[in-house]
Write a protein of this length. Sequence first.
Lengths: 314, 236
Amino acid sequence: MSDTAKTVALHGGLLALLFALGFLLPAYHHGNLARIMVLASYAIGYNILFGYTGLLSLGHALFFAAGMYGMGLAVQYLGLSPGPALTAGLVAGAIVAGAVGLLALRTAGVAFMIVTLMFAQAGYLTVLYFGAFTRGDEGFVLQQAQRVLWGIDLSDPVHRYFAAFALFATCLAAVLWMVHRPFGKVLIAIRENEDRARMLGYDVFAYKLAAVILSGTISAAAGAAYGLLFGYVGATFASVQYSIFPLLWVLLGGAGTVLGPFIGTLFMFYLIDLSSGITTAYMLIAGVVLVLLTLFAPQGLAGELRKRIWRGLP
Amino acid sequence: MMLMSTRGLTRQFAGLHAVEDVDFDLPQGQVRALIGPNGAGKTTFVGMLCGRIAPTSGTVVFDGQDISRLAAHKRINLGMAYTFQITSVFANLSVAENVALAARRRRHGGAVQDAVVRALQQVGLQDRLAQNAGDLSYGHQRLLEIAMGLAQHPRLLILDEPTQGLTDSEIAAFKALVRGLADTTTILLIEHNMSVVMETADVITVLNSGRVLAEGSPQAIHADPAVQRAYLGTGG
């Protein structure tokens, strides 16, 4: 089987399986998987910057929250319907990512991590400062009537599942397409050896900025979808925790792989879910498993797959 | 016609003159070798030509255009190519993709693949297309560097110690390659291997302690007593 056929079979297979599970799963796991697919879309966005371009951001909660609040505030105060509100979320994410990228990309390495972290903290504090509109930590709930997209009630679990699936499938396909395009190859080249890429004539800054904007916009799409599908917009999603999550998911699943973000998100979600069923000290179990994985599979789960079974895994 | 010229090009590192007041002219179509002892400033000098290192003072002119303030990637897009002294390939990408990244600056679609195959044939790596660049031997990585330079179809090809780590037969092939390119490409070659320099260069420039010590044909340089003292080491 050619690499292209294998790639299509593997990723198409996962999507087909997820689609089928939408009809088969019991309600509890059905709800979990919908949430996982939205969060995995967030991780896919993060992975473009971290896994493919080699830029470690500690501030992606800012983009997730920009999408969520861009959508939520537009629904709440402008009375927009979900379609235009989602667009507002995307635009908010793209603008914030563009501005942050222009400034943060003047730094590199640890300084880039700190600058993105600081921007995200500033964003979090901004949400709290304008508590009169954002309701701060308490957040606000989107009513069922506000969550009807093109006649589809997104508060209905089945609709919600397939909306999450549509988002995830779009993000997955977009990234798969990107990594096979010259654009994706240039991002990987920058990750591998920035100086060499520059000396081949590539405008490294422009490519990195494009990567930040793309990554931030996908993160914002996930944030907007999360708010809409689960009907809640709150400051927790702008906190530092939500900047660390995608990093963990991507590291566990495999940075720089298309499937890694999903695998990592799924794994971490159920790790916490199952261990909290056994003991109240579930974070201890989660922590030990994370340490073991980092020790024995430093490339992440999909990274190990690439190393041991199929080198061509995109 | 001069393809590349510098006037008063100087670079100081913490008070030390790595390159000092260099006037340099490279005519179109010439193969020029840049030689000199370790630390003479050769890599710093070409670094300023292609924009990796900013000069402390002086100007760089490429094809009639002052490029002293131009960013490195823009200089490359004017038709320069630079191969690194320390092997600097994309280790986790295939050999073909390494060269394709170089070729895509000037070509699109199917022409990229043609240019990749041609460049790899020129250096003799055509059988290793699918291999990961990081898995190549050191010598083959050097050849891949050269192929990446060739695939850009530059007007000026700057090669920083290209034959370091190559076998004798690979060096012989490299000499033939440079002679074959000389019709279409201007070449600036930093090189320690004197047989490569003597057999490929039209003109040699000798740098010593950041200054131009001598410049002339291989025969003239070979016979120059100042060069012999500073570099070839006749011992008296």
